[in-house]
Design a binder for this molecule. Sequence first.
Ligand SMILES: Cc1cc2nc3c(=O)[nH]c(=O)nc-3n(C[C@H](O)[C@H](O)[C@H](O)COP(=O)(O)OP(=O)(O)OC[C@H]3O[C@@H](n4cnc5c(N)ncnc54)[C@H](O)[C@@H]3O)c2cc1C
Length: 403
Amino acid sequence: MLGFDLTEEQAALQTLAREFAEREIMPVAAELDRMDVHDSFPWDVVRKGSALGLRTMALPPEWGGQGIDLLTQAIMIDQLAYADMSCCKIFSQCWKVSRHLSMAATENQKQRYIPPFVEDDTFVLGQAITEPDSGSDNSGYYETPPGEGLALRAERKGDHFLLNGMKHMIANGPVAKLFIITARTDPNASQVDGVSRFIVPTDTPGFSIGRIHDKVGFRAYPNAELIFENVRIPVEDLLGGKEGRDSEEWYMRTVSNIELSAHTLGVARAALDAAVRFANERHQGGKMIIKHQAVQNTLAELYIALEAGRTLLWRTAWTTTHHDEPNGLLASACKAFCADAARKITLGAMDLFGGAGVMRDLPMEKYVRDSLVMLHHAGGTQSIVHLKIGKALEARYQAGLGV
Ligand SMILES: Cc1cc2nc3c(=O)[nH]c(=O)nc-3n(C[C@H](O)[C@H](O)[C@H](O)COP(=O)(O)OP(=O)(O)OC[C@H]3O[C@@H](n4cnc5c(N)ncnc54)[C@H](O)[C@@H]3O)c2cc1C
């Protein structure tokens, strides 16, 4: 039976996330946003969050985490992203990659790589697929012609692979201590058949960081180029112990869509809360602006978008946790809807502030910039996500299924 009341554990973790966000993130969010991206990584927030178990909580308890499910994760992300999407995503990127490792890695890989991550309060994780000439090609929407797409080469040399090439736009790029890297093991095959995933610690000789990207929003969550020059990776560090795509790829795409949707709604809720407060405190036309019906209508539309997104998000998270097969169609719809809703809500909320909406001493313009980045994020642009939904509907029709 599906219900919307939080369990005791979920309510406690929601409170933990809210209190941490209010105490440690809100006071520094604006400053982090304005800093040079080379210096803005919030190590202090990461250390303090680690002490509360925030960095590692998606790992199963036997590996030192709390085994939180995807709905609990979404509820916590909402609280953390309300304070700052960047600080939140640094933790949730660790949740995503550590969850992936705990599901797809061999026992030997887990024993070698998970304990160092758990024990080191500055151990941050990342995953790297995108390259300068291969972005939407990795969205899973279409197949690339043989040989096209990913170029980072992983050439087998006996008991190891040599990795040469580069990635770009990689989140936690300049700071992560370990990445899951997708590389081309067969240069002539398609991207489906010709790539494998590797576990790559960043202290491996030949690995280095290139340019750090300077984004309009989501600024303290750093993205960077990763450079590979004869990086020697033992065969045992093929994720899951074998060549080819890993077993959890489609599940992890769904997880990623859920996480990103939760971030967008966190920032949207912050913007809407601020707008409702402002409308109740700003006096124009002889009354508080909340008393003007045009303002009431705007707030109503923004609230409807937020609630619809939240309901879709919770259903997607719950379904993905409780069903055997990930529902890619639902997760794509969730990501597309929530990213659009956040754009609408943050822009609408900024508009209600009048001239103050574009002043940098208020967070409204930051909410807009942060939410815009989510339209360009992992899993594809909004256009690609819509194309995936269309393709999935076509497949359902051909399988004799309705919506
Ligand atoms: C904040 C942020 C964090 C990121 N983090 C990571 C990360 O941690 N790891 C990682 O690997 N990547 C990461 N990325 C990269 C992200 O996944 C890509 O930017 C995204 O997949 C789009 O690829 P692209 O930028 O190369 O755009 P392109 O693929 O070049 O797309 C350009 C335009 O063409 C359109 N287009 C492309 N192909 C088609 C098609 N077949 N049909 C119709 N339209 C098409 C797109 O919709 C878009 O409008 C991140 C990006 C951002 C912004």
